[in-house]
Design a protein around this ligand. Structure first.
Ligand SMILES: [Ca+2]
Length: 384
């Protein structure tokens, strides 16, 4: 099932993403010739990777841990133009997808060879703006929307949208059209209307231009709806032509397989648990409050192929249920071994639930600060 258009934030703000230049949806977003050149020049790229890897490998063990990868992931998010963590819902998920690209959701350490492969893949994908798994960068410029408007299935689709709007004859025309726009989406060439920039810079001006005083009209007929919606969509398409909107799109299915892989590797699981517990406070007897189970789970989420808590409502429900099942929310103090056991039970519970009912999520996040200088990522100082 789709959980589209969620809003949320990502990876820690590395301190240089406070400015959202909402008006810079420019062509150069996808002009990554500098990146192409760098990645394709074996010698230069090797030296770039050597340098970056050395910078990131803070404990100098020749591998990158999930923590050590965070600055690189944050840089990639910044280069993609994603909003900082905690500022916009979808981005968290995209950041965790980038991290998953490196870790494949299980390996707790990444070698230089793996780092190089994934980095080159991500950079080339960014540079080309081409479809890549799992992140697709879409440039919504009105062309696809015009195709939709002129397609033979337009009327059928719009009428099915009409039937999904709750008591359309009771709302005014403006609200009916807005509700309809919310039901359409990137598949039809519309940017996500849940985004406030899109709403105030594209949708509202289009509504104003098309409907004027008619917008307050109540008792909207199906016929009026069809005509008015078409006008608004055409107007939106015109605006997108002038001001294309860049959208980062992800699709993912959580089916518990990453947890299964993690749990089937005893040594790997121990490592992941120890690392998740590393920074969690103990009382003087070495006991841990169960309140920290959620913190620990969030820390190991990337290793278990889970999104950050708060990113996907349906996943949050599954996680909450797993906590309830093992009585994990009573805040009692437990010994470290018991804490780990509970954490494993929670993971097991989530896995079983997902195996029975996998959750598919697709998100569309408007990129507000696009890759104005595609090479900035490459020259940016480490955010650590
Ligand atoms: Ca390391």
């Amino acid at each position: 099932m789709e959980v589209g258009n969620k809003k949320q934030g990502i990876m820690g703000d590395e301190g240089r993403r406070h400015h959202h230049h909402h008006h810079h949806h420019q062509e150069q977003v996808l002009d990554g010739s500098d990146i192409m050149e760098l990645v394709e020049n074996e010698k230069v790229f090797n030296s770039f990777v050597d340098h970056k890897f050395h910078e990131l490998d803070r404990d100098h063990d020749g591998k990158l841990s999930v923590n050590e990868l965070q600055p690189a992931v944050a840089d990639i998010g910044a280069a993609l133009g994603l909003p900082a963590q905690g500022t916009s819902p979808d981005s968290d998920l995209i950041y965790s997808e980038v991290l998953n690209e490196f870790t494949h959701g299980k390996e707790d350490k990444v070698s230089k060879t793996e780092f190089k492969e994934v980095l080159s893949d991500i950079l080339l994908g960014m540079a080309a703006g081409l479809k890549r798994d799992p992140i697709v960068i879409l440039r919504i410029d009105g062309e696809e929307l015009m195709e939709f408007i002129n397609s033979p299935c337009f009327e059928t689709e719009v009428l099915s949208v009409w039937s999904e709007i709750e008591s359309p004859d009771q709302g005014n025309l403006h609200d009916c059209i807005v509700k309809a726009l919310q039901k359409l989406g990137v598949d039809q060439g519309l940017p996500p209307t849940a985004d406030s920039w899109v709403m105030s810079n594209i949708v509202e001006p289009a509504l104003e231009a098309c409907m004027g005083e008619n917008k307050d009209q109540v008792g909207v007929s199906q016929e009026t709806f069809l005509v008015e919606l078409k006008k608004v969509l055409e107007n939106i398409a015109e605006r997108l032509k002038e001001k294309p909107v860049i959208v980062a799109h992800t699709e993912n299915t959580y089916d518990g397989s990453a947890i299964k892989t993690l749990l089937s590797d005893k040594v790997g699981t121990d490592k992941v648990l120890n690392s998740a517990l590393q920074d969690i406070p103990r009382d003087k007897h070495g006991r841990i409050s169960k309140d920290y189970l959620r913190v620990a789970l969030d820390t190991l989420a990337p290793n278990a192929g889970l999104p950050p808590y708060g990113a996907v409502d349906e996943m949050d429900k599954v996680i909450d249920d797993a906590f309830k099942l093992v009585g994990a929310d009573d805040g009692k103090l437990v010994k470290e071994e018991e804490f780990k056991k509970l954490l494993l039970e929670i993971l097991g519970g989530i896995m079983l639930q997902l195996q029975g009912n996998p959750i598919s999520v697709s998100t569309n996040s408007v990129v507000h600060e696009p890759l104005a200088d595609p090479s900035s990522f490459l020259h940016a100082p480490s955010s650590s």
